[in-house]
Design a protein around this ligand. Structure first.
Ligand code: DC
Length: 218
């Protein structure tokens, strides 16, 4: 197979990373989680007490080294050689990451890392602006959407905590959709040439089959 770049963008809780990993397994190609880069940088900056209100200098960015690894269902992310796979999902990082992810110098850092990863190898990447900004030349672009209520119900199942109400998750999802799509830097938007899939009434395997069919038919 020639080198391919596959971009999976879309709304929160539509299963982007699940699909991206399945593609990586099926086609035996590399996978990168773009959100995890933003999370790892956020973790570093929180740990070093660098607030998002300040410009993050090149000197600081030069101290950050991030690598990702994906093998058969097992994703790991390393920050300066420490395995931070679980830490990047922590509460503080989740609360702060969108503030850091808005910063142009941080976006450029992630952009450079992703482009470097794709220099010589095929890659599937999930995120918000992969098909529009990072890899506008990607061979295949997918954009996943879903009804807020259904995404909230799916997330509720994952959280597995009855004290968290579906209505509240749905409200959070609506707010997140709005902030993601109206923000000034890298807003969430479907690339004109992306294949849109509404995942609301589809199982994981049904979405995956649509994606695979599209890739194989070209
Ligand atoms: O997908 P996630 O929740 O791990 O993403 C973490 C944060 O990074 C979230 O605030 C959205 C942001 N993000 C982004 O701005 N651009 C991307 N390509 C991926 C994630």
């Amino acid at each position: 197979m020639n080198k391919v770049i596959i971009a999976i963008d879309g709304q929160a809780s539509t299963g982007k990373s699940t699909q991206a990993k399945k593609i990586a397994d099926n086609l035996s190609i590399n996978y990168r989680d773009s959100g995890a880069y933003y999370r790892a940088i956020t973790l570093y900056l929180l740990n070093t007490n660098i607030n998002y209100d300040f410009k993050i200098s090149q000197e600081i960015l030069d101290q950050i080294s991030i690598s990702q690894e994906y093998k058969k269902g097992n994703f790991r992310i390393f920050l300066n050689d420490d395995d931070v796979t679980n830490k990047v999902r922590g509460h503080m990082v989740s609360l702060s990451v969108s503030n850091y992810a808005k910063k142009p110098e941080i976006r450029k850092f992630v952009f450079d890392q992703l482009r470097k990863s794709a220099e010589s190898k095929s890659l599937v990447v999930d995120g918000r602006d992969i098909g529009t900004v990072v890899f506008p030349e990607a061979n295949f672009k997918f954009f996943l959407t879903g009804k807020p209520r259904i995404r909230a119900e799916r997330r509720h199942k994952q959280i597995d905590d009855d004290s968290v109400k579906v209505d509240i998750i749905e409200q959070e999802i609506n707010i997140r959709d709005k902030t993601d799509s109206t923000r000034e830097i890298a807003p969430l938007r479907k690339a004109d040439d992306a294949f849109k899939i509404d995942v609301s009434d589809l199982t994981i395997d049904e979405v995956f089959n649509k994606i695979l069919q599209k890739i194989k038919s070209d």
